[in-house]
Design a protein around this ligand. Structure first.
Ligand code: PLP
Length: 459
């Protein structure tokens, strides 16, 4: 459908009237209305008036192979014609689900050879926790139900997902969170470590905190540690060297499962199919993924786990893993994921990210000469800019100034999408980004930051 066929005013009006958006900010949507995106091609999306935007967000950290992939649409259509759906409950199955589970087992590190399918990152994390509880119970350790996560984590927006997260906004007091078996450690953010502490000392302090929290709960009650290898929505926080390995070792020593939430970091974003082992040298017991598994073309989540866990839960004796969704192993979603993974492998998108991601990092680092850019951080195609009022004290600008939204609005006016969160702009573009597109993105960011810094001076 051509962009000029859309009636923007009518779409915007009905959007306001009827569509409650995820994480809707009521005031901004009421004043500005929604930007209606109607089409995508490569690394660009187009709005209902036909304006093009270079998508620095990758949809929402997910359109890894880029927009407009006809072969994915064809795979989707073909599977929908052949078999749009059949239940995978108890003992029925379908070829795309079987093939995708086998493919993921071949890609995942170590003895991770089993896959439970869901519909999103949130319910893949939910499923991981249910799996931990079931596994610990079946091995005769029903007390091991406690989960340790971190501040500034994001694990989803279901009741359990958001309770596992600690990345909440000021309206959160009106919600309720599960806290009877969930614990949060400090965020491992090297930029905001205590003054005078080296990164190595900071890492030691974080590991000591882990030890203290486990001791307080009792290791015999801790079922799992849950972490994004790089914390995404919480601020693209790359932990200090040795942190993930240190916790992995402690988990092994204390009989605690290590869950890696790779919803963002898998399927190429850091230049690997899975990042825990290849980027951070850590072998998880459970990997949670979603988003890039289908490049966002269709919803799908997956919880991958080891032979050791499977052997326990599948021990003969009539037990049933009483967990699952109508759409677990959905044939169309699995067919899309298979085609998406085929493209990532065929085009060596991981290789492209390893090479071009380095250039992206270098170019974004050039922005640190700007007075309010406190830090540019992240890795490859998972990056973030943190703005501060003062680079020495790292003090933040007042919330009311809304710096990241102002900058993202400036970028949007110039045809580039970047994501605003608090005092951060997050960048997670499609993984096919070219050198020219990186140059455009960084140039527009510089112009936009300068424009907003100009406004700041005049206030
Ligand atoms: N885990 C991580 C690390 C995420 O970044 C997200 C979403 O951004 C989720 C889980 C939740 O995924 P979904 O929004 O598909 O439920």
């Amino acid at each position: 459908m051509k962009a000029d066929k859309f009636d923007t005013q009518s779409l915007k009006a009905r959007d306001k009237e009827h569509f409650l958006h995820p994480w809707q900010e009521f005031d901004t949507l009421a004043s500005d209305g929604a930007l209606v995106i109607v089409r995508g091609e490569g690394a660009h999306v187009y709005d209902s008036d036909g304006k093009a935007y270079l998508d620095g967000i990758g949809g929402m950290w997910c359109v890894n192979v880029g927009y407009g992939r006809a072969e994915i649409a064809d795979a989707m259509a073909q599977q929908a014609y052949q078999l749009p759906y059949y239940s995978a409950f108890t003992d029925t199955s379908n070829p795309p689900a079987i093939e995708l589970a086998s493919k993921l087992a071949s890609l995942a590190p170590g003895s991770i050879n089993h896959v439970f399918f869901s519909c999103s990152g949130s319910d893949a994390n939910d499923s991981a926790v249910r799996l931990v509880h079931y596994y610990q119970g079946r091995r005769g350790k029903p007390e091991k139900k406690h989960i340790i996560a971190r501040d500034c984590a994001y694990h989803g927006s279901t009741y359990l997902g958001i309770s596992l997260s600690k990345n909440r906004d000021e309206t959160d007091e009106h919600f309720h969170f599960m806290d009877d078996f969930i614990h949060h450690l400090s965020v491992p953010d090297p930029y905001r470590r205590p003054d005078g502490q080296s990164e190595a000392e900071f890492c030691d302090a974080l590991l000591a905190e882990f030890d203290a929290v486990v001791a307080q709960i009792g290791a015999d009650k801790v079922g799992a540690f849950l972490a994004e290898p790089i914390q995404g929505s919480g601020g693209v926080i790359v932990p200090p060297a040795g942190y993930l390995q240190g916790i992995r070792q402690r988990c092994t020593d204390l009989d605690i499962l290590f869950i890696a939430d790779e919803v963002v970091t898998a399927f190429g974003r850091l230049g690997h199919m899975f990042s825990s082992l290849d980027e951070f040298g850590v072998q998880p017991d459970i990997i949670v993924c979603a988003k890039g598994i289908t490049s966002g073309y269709i919803p799908l989540g997956a919880t991958l786990f080891t032979d050791e866990i499977f052997d326990v839960i599948s021990e003969p004796g009539g037990a049933c893993f009483g967990h699952g969704f109508t759409y677990s192993g959905h044939p169309v979603a699995c067919a899309v994921a298979l085609k998406n993974i085929e493209i990532i492998e065929r085009e060596d998108i991981c290789g492209h990210v390893r090479e071009m991601g380095e250039y992206f990092e270098q170019q974004l680092q050039t922005l640190t000469d700007l007075p309010h850019v406190g830090e540019v951080r992240g890795r490859r195609f998972m990056m973030c800019i943190e703005y501060v009022a003062d680079k020495v004290t790292k003090e933040l600008l007042p919330d009311e100034f809304n710096i990241s939204k102002r900058i993202s609005d400036e970028c949007e006016a110039r045809g580039v999408m970047v994501r605003p969160i608090g005092h951060l702009n997050i960048l997670s573009p499609p993984l096919i980004l070219t050198k020219d597109e990186i140059d455009t993105l960084v140039k527009v960011l510089r112009e936009s930051v300068l424009a907003v810094e100009g406004e700041l001076k005049s206030t």
